[in-house]
Write a new protein. Sequence first.
Length: 237
Amino acid sequence: MKTILEITEDGSHTLYVPELDEHYHSTHGAIQESMHVFIDAGLRHCNKEHIHLLEIGFGTGLNGLLTLLEAEKLQKKVFYHTLERYPLAEAAAMQLNYPEQIATGAKTAPVVDDKKTTRMFHLLHQSPWERATAITPSFTLLKEETDFSHPEQFQPPRQYDLIYFDAFAPEKQPEMWREAIFQRLSTLCGDDAILTTYCAKGAVRRMLQSVSFTVERLPGPPGKREMLRATKMKQLS
């Protein structure tokens, strides 16, 4: 897909997709949104020391980078399995300013070493697809180019503790917001697994509830009133 580089209100980049008339992130702040929805409400809320994480929509790799940095800070090990239908060209990824913005502490992001962060971000994009790669001792990445709108075709070898659901908005990509999608995700979750998403639509909340999640409405990131965090109910034996 053709993309256009844009600056969001917190100084970090996003990409605009003319074909969908949609941005990869909130224009109110890409880093702010990712930190709020996926790190604060998801990763920091998961109490496991070794986390198997599934991401729907690798996109720019921002969630992956923030998760890598936070995992080191929290001394957790993360196996990061991410699915992407339209992988971003490496040249486009290298234009993104996330390492610089994170290194200078762009609104809620951790302040870290600029060169190290840049190196890690490049490794996220340069690592091969379809093969697990240890980016750091605490973070292993598996990128898979696939279309999750056919969820029954996805047959991973394990269940997940945490899911980042980061597809494009329902009105732009409705095939990704069907009950069949959430039913498949539910079967991929272990007990007490967490799913977070920026979307707080009532229809999405009800679908999650119908497939064995308890759902919380949480305050959203800047520019958005609410978001959702869902927790997989324990199954009775």
